[in-house]
Design a protein around this ligand. Structure first.
Ligand code: DQA
Length: 143
């Protein structure tokens, strides 16, 4: 099984950005967690992070026919990007949305998720472990 993990803007700043909200673990820690999960679950995982909306759309399109599932944290683009929603719909690959923080307990502008409308599940407020949970969910979903 092949899973693509996509992270949007500022996720590369984990550990530095707003640690009270996103925690002290770094982006490197997230990559280690992904590698560990891949090894434990016997899954092939590729990761991609970009601060640019079009690059995220390009990467989703390139996943068509190549990956069995997508884990995506579109970060701020969650709340604005119909382009990412459309790309996820276009490739028709099961996707799980992850948010490190509990977006429901935050500002009103974070209450809408466009990307989530194309996802089979949303995991939020679980910290970095949410990515591991999303991968496990996809593993079951794709059986
Ligand atoms: C986030 C939540 C978004 O609202 C925010 O813009 C982010 C990160 C999260 O993982 O909690 O950048 O997606």
């Amino acid at each position: 099984m092949k899973v693509l993990v996509i992270n949007g803007p500022n996720i590369n700043m984990l550990g530095i950005r707003e640690p009270g909200i996103y925690g002290k673990q770094t982006f490197a820690d997230l990559l280690s967690l992904l590698n560990k999960t891949a090894a434990e679950e016997g899954i092939e995982i590729e990761q991609f992070q970009s601060n640019h909306e079009g690059d995220l759309v390009d990467r989703i399109q390139q996943a068509y026919g190549v990956f069995d599932g997508i884990v995506i944290n579109p970060a701020a683009y969650t709340h604005t990007s119909i382009a990412i929603l459309d790309a996820l719909k276009a490739v028709c690959t099961p996707a799980v949305e992850v948010h490190i923080s509990d977006v429901n307990a935050r500002e009103p502008f974070r209450q809408i998720s466009y990307a989530g409308m194309a996802c089979v599940k949303t995991i939020k407020g679980q910290g970095l472990d949410g990515y591991r949970q999303a991968i496990l969910y996809l593993k079951e979903y794709c059986l």
